[in-house]
Design a protein around this ligand. Structure first.
Ligand SMILES: [Zn+2]
Length: 680
């Protein structure tokens, strides 16, 4: 055991994970050992002779299981960003044991009695202690502490099964995403595709020992086909493969989604709630379903009205280009792109040349310096799990406050999308020592080719800004307890720091601070930035409808009503806000909807829109005072970014904005109040 690097003390800078030493076979014995250690810690808290106090029970519980936490953080992060068959198999084996362990804690009567005792005297606690106390108390109840013996057993069974199924769900999505590739040798089929997309596909083919071009369903590859391929059949083929992942194929999730939803409902009912959404929402800013539906419906009408005009204009434009027949979903990105080019005399490729990845990184870092006094120093001292992961020491006022990992490009062993995560969260030890966070951003951006660096699209730049906003939340955290650290806030509040950071992306001063042509170093021209600005709300109504449709679909799975046993009918109904063109038969969103079936967004997808209301409203204060205004940035840092979950979300917002959030700023920003028909 002593040679297992997961368990031995880490001799690395800031005790970062020793990725260079960790091998797959180390995980299982390390988990077993860490589980045993964690069990002993829980026993010690439960059986101590002293009367329960906040520190010896509630805080002690927050500090327990540290080793298990470290190992889990490494394992579950790598499971999605650098996975293997072996890791996936081990996850299936370990996950039930972890669920059983966490159930043991919340179903431990003696421990709950101690928690309860401190809870009853909570008025003497300070604000952060009280937040931890209440979170911990509710966590026990929400995980079965008040159930009788029979019910506890049922709870155990249901949650164990659920944790297994959600894992299986995401394994299936990853497998299905990589199951389809298209090898093209006839250059004519590539008509319309920009050189950059061809180069990437050629590099991919070469890596597999093939001639020609290889395309797949990872985002940069898939989007290039959907936006640019003149060959309509090719677009249809990709669209159908992408949109029918895990739907009656070799990696079928169509039965799993029903079982997962049903298990969640049973758990909610056991705990005294009508449905899973009600169970989840008591912990959110939204509080209940009424508030969620109120938001979705408030945005539905203006979004739909705008989107109808946008879609009509797009189809008219396609006809004007000679398109005949029925407009289908695989025509949308293609003609939207063409229309955008015509309306704004703009072509994405023209912009990309100003966004070489290294310049973009310095721009994103530079903004964090300007607003929050952060400095980033790249280091090679920190072990990484994959050779192209970059690592940085993050400095603030002469102190290193975090380590940042950046993992940019798609790989076959990486889940699609972009996300922020951490290998350790900021907290303070019992002795008051500050432990710095290890924050990681995982993305799937346009990779470099033999003769070109990675050149980002504007959308990728915005995604980077978004994830970086989450990273700021994690890195700037200044709390005491791990359970309240950084992004440990209600799910519908967590997107505020990320989404607000996107607002700077189209600002001229920001763009001119870093965006330079990758060959000539020429700074991005003002005229081009003007176009970016003008285009910001292009099809904003449609995009809003799309987000709302995911929100409705999520609520449909987790609300009290019986779900329709026909998946396609269910989705047709739930997602009708976005049905501008017929749904092709055989498509399914739910079966690959990892956010809600394997991520933490069940009954929480509306949170993106919720947080958009917050971020637009919060950003309007920056606009009133100047978006680089240091006082406003300091206020945002002080009221929100450094607080983690140590205060109530609404209080943090009001502290910053001076009042409760209003929806107007969002409607104004996305141009949904007064939408005219675009002309070309
Ligand atoms: Zn986010």
């Amino acid at each position: 055991m002593s040679t297992n690097p997961l368990i031995s003390p880490w001799q690395t800078p800031f005790q970062t994970p020793p990725f260079d030493l960790i091998k797959t076979e180390h995980y299982e014995p390390a988990f077993r050992h860490a589980l045993e250690v964690a069990r002993q810690e829980i026993q010690a808290i439960t059986n101590q002779p002293e009367a329960a106090t906040f520190n010896n029970t509630v805080a002690a519980l927050d500090r327990s299981g540290e080793l298990l936490g470290h190992i889990s953080d490494i394992f579950f992060n790598l499971l999605v960003c650098n996975t293997s068959k072996e890791l996936q198999e081990l996850a299936q084996k370990i996950q039930p044991e972890l669920t059983a362990f966490y159930n043991e804690i919340t179903l431990n009567e003696k421990l709950f009695m101690r928690i309860n005792e401190v809870y009853e005297h909570r008025e003497c606690l300070n604000e952060e202690e009280r937040m931890l106390m209440e979170k911990s108390y509710r966590n026990f109840i929400r995980h079965g502490a008040k159930l009788n013996a029979d019910e506890k057993q049922q709870y155990n069974q249901l949650t164990m099964r659920l944790s297994q199924l959600t894992l299986q769900f995401s394994d299936n999505v990853l497998a299905a995403t990589h199951a389809f590739t298209k090898h093209i040798t006839d250059e004519q089929l590539l008509s319309g595709l920009p050189q950059s997309a061809r180069d990437i596909a050629a590099t991919k083919a070469k890596a597999k020992g093939l001639d020609g071009w290889l395309f797949d369903l990872t985002m940069p590859s898939y989007q290039a086909i959907m936006k640019y391929a003149d060959d309509r059949e090719l677009r249809k083929e990709f669209f159908m493969h992408y949109s029918s992942r895990c739907f009656h194929d070799a990696h079928d999730n169509s039965a799993l989604v029903y079982e997962i939803a049903s298990l969640r409902k049973q758990i909610a009912k056991l705990l005294g709630f009508n449905d899973y959404a009600s169970y989840v929402l008591t912990e959110r800013m939204a509080k209940d379903k009424d508030h969620v539906y109120e938001l979705l419906h408030t945005l539905e009408t203006p979004s739909r009205e705008a989107a109808e005009k946008e879609m009509q204009a797009m189809v008219d434009f396609a006809r004007h280009l000679g398109f005949k027949g029925d407009f289908e979903r695989w025509d949308m990105s293609y003609y939207a792109e063409k229309q955008k080019e015509s309306l704004f005399n703009f072509n994405e490729e023209e912009l990309k040349v100003y966004f070489p990845l290294d310049k973009v990184i310095s721009g994103v870092f530079g903004l964090a310096h300007q607003l929050y006094d952060l400095d980033f120093v790249e280091t090679k001292e920190i072990p990484v799990y994959q050779k192209d992961v970059k690592t940085f020491f993050v400095h603030r006022k002469d102190q290193i406050i975090a380590v940042l990992y950046l993992d940019f490009f798609p790989r076959e062993n990486k889940k699609g999308g972009a996300w922020m995560t951490s290998f350790r969260e900021q907290h303070k030890t019992n002795e008051g020592e500050n432990i710095i966070p290890l924050v990681s951003l995982v993305m799937n951006f346009t990779p470099p080719t033999a003769d070109k660096p990675s050149l980002l699209t504007f959308n990728e730049l915005t995604t980077f800004m978004h994830e970086f906003g989450h990273a700021l939340h994690g890195m700037l955290s200044e709390v005491t307890y791990t359970s309240l650290s950084g992004t440990s806030v209600p799910r519908d509040f967590v997107e505020l720091p990320s989404q607000i950071n996107e607002n700077w992306a189209s600002d001229i001063h920001f763009l001119q601070s870093f965006a330079q042509h990758y060959q000539t170093n020429e700074t991005i021209p003002e005229a081009l930035i003007k176009k970016v600005k003008e285009m910001e709300n292009f099809q904003a109504g449609y995009l809003s409808c799309r987000q709302l449709s995911f929100g409705f679909l999520d609520m449909c799975w987790h609300d009290e009503a019986e779900v329709n046993p026909d998946l396609e009918v269910l989705e047709q109904e739930a997602m009708k806000v976005v049905d501008f063109f017929p749904r092709p038969k055989g498509c399914c969103t739910s079966t690959a909807f990892t956010h809600i079936f394997s991520g933490g967004y069940a009954a929480g997808y509306y949170g993106y829109k919720w947080a958009e209301v917050l971020d637009a409203d919060a950003f309007s204060l920056f606009q009133e005072t100047g978006i680089f205004n240091k006082d406003t940035a300091n206020k945002f840092l002080d009221c929100i970014l450094c607080r983690g979950g140590s205060r109530e979300a609404m209080r943090m917002f009001v502290d910053f904005r001076g009042r409760e959030p209003k929806v107007e700023a969002l409607l104004k920003r996305s141009g949904l109040c007064a939408v005219g028909t675009p002309s070309y």
